[in-house]
Design a protein around this ligand. Structure first.
Ligand SMILES: *Cc1c(COP(=O)(O)O)cnc(C)c1O
Length: 465
């Protein structure tokens, strides 16, 4: 350290002196003392490091600037990091943005159960201990046609529980074309390995027939498994085992069949003008013994995994001690029950489920919102806008081979590149996530609620000023 730096260091006040200053008193009126003291200490450390390493020349300590940065840092720390975000990507089931918004009825249920005590594990008829699983099982059975049902923390947990219950120490046969990885963390071969089962691959990458499963059966086979290739598809000469054949084989050799549907729709998406996706009812009706799917994909509910199937299998899973570690929490359970009630009470109004409403929106519907947004900031000279055709994705491994026709608002600015605009929108409060393609900023309003449109216009206005 040179003499100048030593001189500069001496100009830094001590923490206790700073805490007596007027700006500190203002902060102390709003925040607890230990928080203010800690924040002052951290800023001072940063300043000391700066003086020591970088600063050359004379330095003066500016108290007011110092406290502006302290209070800014305290504000950031006081804000939640997990925040509401506007999804203008058009990807309906967006895993990085929290999958899907819930129906207002589900949100009300969460609020009620979170604010007070609940009948989570009490049977109100006799006052005795009840089961958390009992609240939704009859609903799920009524909606899917299954004999029995169980819900867990997510679909990964559902698959793990099924594998652990039926295949631990034994073998599970899966088609080579279905050894999926989803979202980087769900890799079927690894899930099977961690359940203590041995994976036996059947068939080839592009073609697997029932005979391949049959040839792979041994004394140790405990489960025949099939998984929805959610986020990819194999094109060209392909063949997959049909569900009925696998069920017949399992029946013949008395080996349970597990089908991981991934998304698991409860309504026919074709009725909503979207591409058909396997419905849970179809798998149940075909006689699949164990069917698993997510609660927060096409079902449009909270994070959870749903297992439906034959009573004897579900009962065995309920007795697995591992269930305790995989169990669904009360808030998700409340939201799930409320969502399922919507399906039961309003079978002809799927648009009460936000995810289904967004999937069903036509490109014309989305185009109306795009033009509405465009007119809201058309007076800002820096921008030019254009409404163009495009595609939205269902996301979450649903409908991987079909985009949904949509209309996009393309925005360009004389002041900022598309990347700069996109970064500024992410820094907005609330953050706004748009798409970029061919150097253009694109808004797909399929996933933007009507109330959110003005927020986007306001943000663009602020960025241009
Ligand atoms: C999404 C998906 C999973 C994982 O489900 P989570 O609910 O995210 O745990 C498992 N299998 C398939 C086929 C999927 O599509």
């Amino acid at each position: 350290m040179n003499a100048q730096q030593q001189e500069n260091l001496k100009k830094l006040p001590q923490v206790h002196r700073l805490l007596e200053s007027k700006p500190a008193q203002e902060l102390l009126a709003k925040h607890p003392k230990p928080l203010v003291a800690e924040s002052v200490r951290q800023r001072l450390d940063a300043l000391r490091a700066h003086v020591r390493n970088g600063m050359v020349g004379a330095f003066t300590f500016d108290e007011s600037r110092f406290f502006t940065s302290v209070s800014g840092a305290m504000e950031t720390a006081a804000n939640r990091r997990l925040r509401w975000v506007i999804n203008a990507t058009g990807i309906v089931i967006h895993t990085n943005l929290g999958r899907v918004p819930l129906a207002p009825e589900a949100v009300e249920a969460i609020q009620e159960i979170a604010l007070g005590y609940s009948s989570l594990e009490m049977d109100l008829e006799n006052g005795r201990r009840g089961s958390r699983y009992a609240h939704v099982e009859p609903l799920i059975c009524a909606l899917t046609g299954a004999e029995a049902a169980l819900v867990v923390n997510n679909n990964a947990a559902a698959v793990l529980l099924a594998l652990d219950t039926f295949a631990r120490g034994g073998e599970v046969i899966v088609s080579r074309g279905e050894l999926i990885e989803i979202g980087g963390s769900f890799r079927l071969p690894e899930v099977i390995a961690s359940s203590g089962a041995k994976l036996i691959e059947a068939g080839s990458t592009n073609k697997t027939r029932a005979a391949d499963y049959e040839n792979a059966i041994s004394e140790s086979t405990r489960l025949l498994m099939s998984a929805h290739p959610s986020n990819y598809r194999i094109v060209g000469f392909t063949e997959t085992v049909c569900r009925a054949e696998l069920v017949a084989l399992g029946h013949d050799r008395t080996i349970p069949v597990l089908e991981d549907l991934g998304s698991g729709a409860l309504v026919d998406l074709a009725d909503l003008n979207a591409p058909h996706e396997t419905m849970v009812q179809e798998a149940v009706a075909a006689g699949v013994g164990i069917v698993t799917f997510s609660g927060d994909k096409l079902l449009g509910g909270p994070q959870c995994g749903i297992i439906v199937g034959a009573r004897e299998y579900i009962e065995r899973m309920k007795k697995n001690p591992m269930l305790r570690a995989l169990r669904i929490d009360k808030l998700n359970l409340a939201a799930l029950e409320a969502t399922l009630i919507l399906y039961r009470n309003h079978p002809d109004q799927p648009d009460r489920i936000p995810a289904l409403r967004m999937l069903a929106a036509s490109s014309m519907d989305v185009g109306v919102k795009a033009r509405k947004l465009a007119t809201m900031f058309q007076d800002v000279d820096a921008y030019t806008t254009d409404v163009i055709n495009g595609e939205s994705l269902a996301g979450g491994g649903s409908l991987p081979d079909n985009g949904l026709d949509t209309r996009l608002l393309a925005v360009s600015s004389t002041q900022h590149s598309a990347n700069e605009l996109s970064a500024a929108l992410r820094a907005n409060n609330p953050p706004i996530i748009a798409r970029i393609a061919d150097g253009q900023l694109l808004f797909d309003l399929r996933t933007v609620a009507d109330e959110e449109i003005a927020e986007i216009a306001d943000a663009l206005r602020r960025i241009a000023s």
